[in-house]
Design a protein around this ligand. Structure first.
Ligand SMILES: Nc1ncnc2c1ncn2[C@@H]1O[C@H](COP(=O)(O)OP(=O)(O)OP(=O)(O)O)[C@@H](O)[C@H]1O
Ligand SMILES: [Mg+2]
Length: 345
C-alpha cells in the first residue's frame, strides 16, 4: 500500500529518478530554437552565445537557476551544442574533495563546457578551487601530504562552466559573482506546455489531440518534466484501454486512474488539503501535526506537497502554522466554517 502511494506521489513530483532520466534524454531539445518557452532566458542566452561565437572565445560562465524539471540540464547541453563545444558532466555531490575537482579541471580542454549540476552542494574547499579556475583559469594542484605538501599552479585553457542549481539562494555570493550570466527559469504557461507536449508526442510517435494536450498541460504544475510524464501515462491508457489515440477522453480517464485532478493535485496534495480543512478546520496547524494526520514524513509534506499548494494559493504559511485559503475550500467543494466572531453574535 505504501509502495502504491509512493508511485502515485511520484507521478506529479517534479523530481526524476534514473529510469526516467533515460526516457527524458530522448525528449530533450538539442538547440535553443527547439527549446520551448522561457523567452527571457532564451533571448539572453542566445545573445551571450552569439557574441562568444563572433569573438571566437568560449562564452562566459553561465548559471542556471530554477526548480526541478524546468530545463536546466537541457539548457546546459544546448549551450555546448550551440557553440560546438564538448560537454563534460559532473555534479556538486559527486565532488567530495578538492582533489576530485582538481582532477576534472586538469583534464579540461580548450572551449569545453563543464556542466556542474547541483552546484550548491559543492564542498567548501572545492568551491574555493572553482573560484580560482573560473576567474584566473588556474588550479593549484597539491602534491604530497602534510608539512611537505606543495601547491603547483597549473594553467587551464579557456573553458566555460555551466552551473545548475535548484537553490540559487544557497549559493555563496563569491561563487554567484563569478558567473557572467545567470538565467532564472520560471514555471511554464499552459500554452507553452502544450507546445512541449506536441513536440514530445511527435518524438514518441503518439497520436495526441490538441484538446488532450491542453488537458494534460493544465494539470502539469507548470513543469515540462511532469507534462512529459503524464503524456506517457495517457499514451499507456490509450493503448491498453482506448483506441490508441491519446484524445481528451483518454487523458481524463488516465489522469483519473492516476488520481491527478484538474489542477494537477495528486492524492498526497489532496490528503494534506483535506486534513487541513476538515480535521483542523482550516488551521493554523504545525507541519508535524499535519504530516502525522496524512501519515507522511514532515519532510515529504514540506518539500513535495507544500510548495505547489502554496504556489497555487491553496494554503498559506503563517508564523502560527499552515492555514487553508478560501480557494482550498472551494477546490475541495466544501463550505468554509463561519468566522469565529459571527458564532457569538
Ligand atoms: N523548454 C523546454 N522545452 C521542451 N522540453 C523541455 C523544456 N524544458 C524541459 N524540458 C523537458 O523536461 C525534462 C526535464 O528537463 P531537465 O532535465 O532539463 O530539467 P532540470 O531543470 O535539469 O531538472 P533537475 O533539477 O531535476 O535536474 C526533459 O526531458 C526535457 O526534455
Ligand atoms: Mg537537471
Amino acid at each position: 500500500m505504501a509502495e502504491e502511494r509512493d508511485d502515485l506521489a511520484q507521478l506529479t513530483s517534479a523530481e526524476a529518478d534514473e529510469i526516467e532520466r533515460a526516457a527524458e534524454a530522448a525528449l530533450r531539445p538539442r538547440r535553443l530554437a527547439e527549446f520551448v518557452g522561457q523567452r527571457v532566458v532564451r533571448d539572453q542566452l542566445s545573445l551571450v552565445l552569439e557574441a562568444a561565437l563572433a569573438r571566437r572565445r568560449p562564452p562566459d560562465h553561465v548559471l542556471l537557476a530554477g526548480g526541478p524539471g524546468l530545463g536546466k540540464t537541457t539548457l546546459a547541453m544546448i549551450v555546448a551544442s550551440e557553440v560546438g563545444a564538448a560537454l563534460r558532466l559532473t555534479s556538486g555531490p559527486a565532488i567530495q574533495h578538492a582533489g576530485d575537482l582538481a582532477a576534472i579541471l586538469s583534464s579540461v580542454q580548450e572551449n569545453d563546457v563543464l556542466f556542474i549540476d547541483e552546484i550548491h552542494r559543492l564542498a567548501r574547499p572545492a568551491e574555493e578551487m572553482l573560484y580560482l579556475a573560473m576567474e584566473d583559469f588556474r588550479v593549484d594542484v597539491v602534491v604530497g601530504k602534510g608539512a611537505g605538501a606543495t601547491a603547483i599552479p597549473l594553467a587551464l585553457p579557456p573553458f566555460t562552466v555551466v552551473g545548475a542549481t535548484t537553490r540559487a539562494g544557497l549559493l555563496p555570493a563569491p561563487l554567484r559573482d563569478r558567473f557572467g550570466f545567470t538565467g532564472y527559469l520560471d514555471f511554464y504557461e499552459v500554452a507553452e506546455l502544450e507546445q512541449v507536449l506536441e513536440r514530445s508526442a511527435r518524438l514518441l510517435r503518439a497520436e495526441l489531440t490538441p484538446a488532450a494536450g491542453a488537458e494534460i498541460a493544465s494539470r502539469s504544475r507548470g513543469t515540462p518534466r511532469i507534462a512529459n510524464r503524464l503524456l506517457r501515462r495517457v499514451q499507456d491508457w490509450a493503448q491498453v484501454r482506448g483506441s490508441g489515440v491519446a484524445d481528451v477522453d483518454a487523458a481524463r480517464a488516465a489522469l483519473e486512474v492516476f488520481e491527478v485532478d484538474e489542477r494537477g493535485l495528486d492524492r498526497l496534495d489532496r490528503g494534506v488539503l483535506r486534513a487541513l480543512c476538515v480535521r483542523f478546520r482550516g488551521g493554523p496547524v504545525g507541519l508535524g501535526t499535519l504530516a502525522v494526520a496524512v501519515g507522511e514524513e514532515p519532510e515529504t509534506v514540506e518539500t513535495v506537497a507544500e510548495p505547489f499548494l502554496v504556489r497555487e494559493g491553496l494554503i498559506a504559511r503563517t508564523p502560527r502554522g499552515r492555514v487553508a485559503t478560501a480557494e482550498a475550500w472551494a477546490h475541495l467543494g466544501l463550505e468554509p466554517p463561519a468566522p469565529p466572531d459571527t458564532l457569538f453574535s
